[in-house]
Write a protein that binds this ligand. Structure first.
Ligand code: SDX
Length: 382
C-alpha cells in the first residue's frame, strides 16, 4: 500500500516542480536561458527558427541534411485544407485575432481523421503540422478581416519569410525576415510557463494535440502572460509623449497597478530575451528614424529600475518585443498571435515529453466552504 504524502498549499504553484523537461533551462537569479544547453543569445545570433524547433524536439542540432529534410517536411504542411480557407471567410471581420486563432487551431482537428492519435508518432506528426499551419491561419484571418484576397503559402520560403509574404502580399526584405525569425527563436520555449502548463494538463488526460494547443492559446492570451505585449503597446500609445512617462508610470505604481512588460515569476534579474530585444528594437528605431517609442520605453525602464528593481522587477520578453513588432509594421492585435506562432513549437515539444512519461496532472484543492449545512426547501428560503 502506498501512503500519500500530505499535500502542500502553494498558491500559484510558485514553488512546485510539476514536470521534467530537456528543452529549456532558466536561471532566474542570473538571467540565463538555454535551449538544450545552448545560450539563447547564441541561438538568436547564429541559428534559425526551424533549426531551433529541431533542436527543441530532437535535443540536438541537426546536420545539414537533417535540417533540409525537416524544412521540406515543414513546408509541405504550410497549406490549409480547403474547408479551413472557407471557414476563415465565414469569420466575423471584427473578431480579435487571438479568438480567431484559438478557434481555427481547434478546427484543424475536424480535417484530421487521426486527430485523436495520442501516440508519440501521432503527436509528432501533429506537432509539425501545427507549427507549419499556425502562420497560415494568422495571415489568412488578417487578410480576410482587411477585405483582402488570401495569399497562398510560398513553399520556397522559411517559416518567417513565408508568414510575412502571406500577411503583406510581398516577399520580405532579408532584414525583415531575419528580424521576425529572431523573434520566433526568442519566444519558442520557456519552461513551465502558464500556457505550456495548460497544454501539458490537457495532453496528460490523453486528449489530443489540437485540444492541447487550443488550451495553450487560450491561456497565452491573458495580459498577465502573452497578452502583455499588446498591453505594453497600448500603454505606450496612451502615454503618447516622453514628457508624460514619469507621471503615468509613477501614478500606476502609487495606485499599485502593474506596469505591463515588467516582472516575472522566475526571473528576478533581467530577462535575457529582453536584453536581446532591447538592442534589436533600438537598432530598428535607428534604421527607421523613429526613435520615439524606443526612447519612451527606455525611460519607463529607468523609472522602474529606480522604483522596483530592488524587488527583482525588470523588463520581461513582452516589453521590448512590443516596440520591435510595432517597428516591423505589425498591427498591435497581431503581437500575441506572433507569440503563439513561435510558442506552438514549445507547447508541442512539451506535449510529446508529457506523453513520453505521462501521469494525469491533478493537484488538490483546499476547500474553505462550510460543512453539514441543512437543505432548505426552495419555498422556505428567505
Ligand atoms: C510572460 O512564465 C513565463 O515564463 C512567462 C513568459 C514566457 O515566455 O512564457 O516569460 C512570458 O508571460 C511574461 C510576463 C508577461 N506579463 C506581464 O508583463 C504583466 C505584468 N507583470 C506581472 O503582472 C507579474 O510580474 C507576473 C504576472 C509576470 C508575475 O506575477 P507573480 O510572480 O505572481 O508576481 P506578483 O504579481 O505576485 O508580484 C510580486 C510583487 C508584487 O508586489 P508586492 O505585493 O509584493 O509589494 O511584485 C510586484 C507586485 O505588485 N509586481 C509589479 C509588477 N510585477 C510584479 N509591480 C508593478 N509592475 C509590475 N509589472
Amino acid at each position: 500500500m502506498t501512503t500519500a504524502s500530505a499535500p502542500i498549499f502553494d498558491k500559484g504553484l510558485a514553488n512546485t516542480i510539476a514536470a521534467e523537461s530537456e528543452m529549456s533551462f532558466i536561471d532566474g537569479q542570473n538571467g540565463i536561458l538555454e535551449y538544450v544547453g545552448i545560450e539563447i543569445d547564441t541561438l538568436a545570433r547564429k541559428s534559425s527558427f526551424e533549426e531551433v524547433v529541431y533542436l527543441l524536439w530532437h535535443r540536438a542540432l541537426p546536420t545539414r541534411s537533417q535540417l533540409d529534410q525537416f524544412n521540406t517536411s515543414l513546408r509541405k504542411e504550410y497549406d490549409l485544407p480547403q474547408g479551413m480557407w472557407d471557414m476563415v471567410r465565414q469569420m466575423p471581420k471584427n473578431a480579435k485575432p487571438m479568438h480567431a486563432l484559438r478557434t481555427l487551431v481547434s478546427a484543424l482537428a475536424l480535417y484530421d481523421e487521426t486527430a485523436d492519435d495520442a501516440s508519440i508518432e501521432g503527436a509528432t506528426e501533429k506537432a509539425l503540422l501545427l507549427v507549419a499551419k499556425t502562420p497560415t491561419l494568422i495571415a489568412a484571418f488578417d487578410r480576410h478581416r482587411k477585405g483582402k484576397e488570401f495569399v497562398k503559402p510560398d513553399f520556397s520560403l522559411s517559416l518567417a519569410a513565408n508568414f510575412i509574404k502571406m500577411l503583406t502580399g510581398e516577399a520580405p526584405t532579408d532584414t525583415m525576415a531575419k528580424a521576425l525569425d529572431v523573434c520566433l527563436i526568442l519566444h519558442a520555449d520557456h519552461g513551465l510557463n502558464a500556457s505550456t502548463f495548460a497544454g501539458r494538463v490537457t495532453i496528460a488526460t490523453l486528449s489530443d494535440m489540437y485540444s492541447a494547443m487550443t488550451t495553450a492559446i487560450g491561456t497565452l492570451k491573458g495580459p498577465l502572460h502573452g497578452g502583455a505585449n499588446e498591453a505594453v503597446m497600448h500603454l505606450l500609445n496612451d502615454i503618447g509623449d516622453i514628457n508624460n512617462v514619469e507621471p503615468v508610470i509613477k501614478g500606476r505604481l502609487e495606485r499599485k497597478e502593474k506596469v505591463m512588460g515588467f516582472g516575472h515569476r522566475v526571473y528576478k534579474a533581467y530577462d535575457p530575451r529582453a536584453t536581446y530585444l532591447k538592442t534589436f528594437s533600438k537598432q530598428l528605431a535607428e534604421d527607421t528614424g523613429n526613435l520615439k517609442l524606443y526612447e519612451m520605453s527606455h525611460k519607463i525602464e529607468l523609472i522602474m529600475e529606480e522604483a522596483v528593481a530592488d524587488k527583482g522587477i525588470y523588463p520581461n520578453v513582452d516589453f521590448y518585443s512590443a516596440t520591435t513588432y510595432y517597428s516591423l509594421g505589425l498591427d498591435i492585435d497581431l503581437f500575441t498571435p506572433m507569440f503563439a506562432m513561435s510558442r506552438v513549437s514549445g507547447w508541442a515539444g512539451h506535449c510529446i515529453e508529457q506523453l513520453t512519461d505521462n501521469r494525469l496532472i491533478r493537484p488538490r484543492l483546499a476547500y474553505i466552504g462550510p460543512h453539514e449545512q441543512p437543505y432548505i426547501p426552495i419555498n422556505e428560503r428567505g
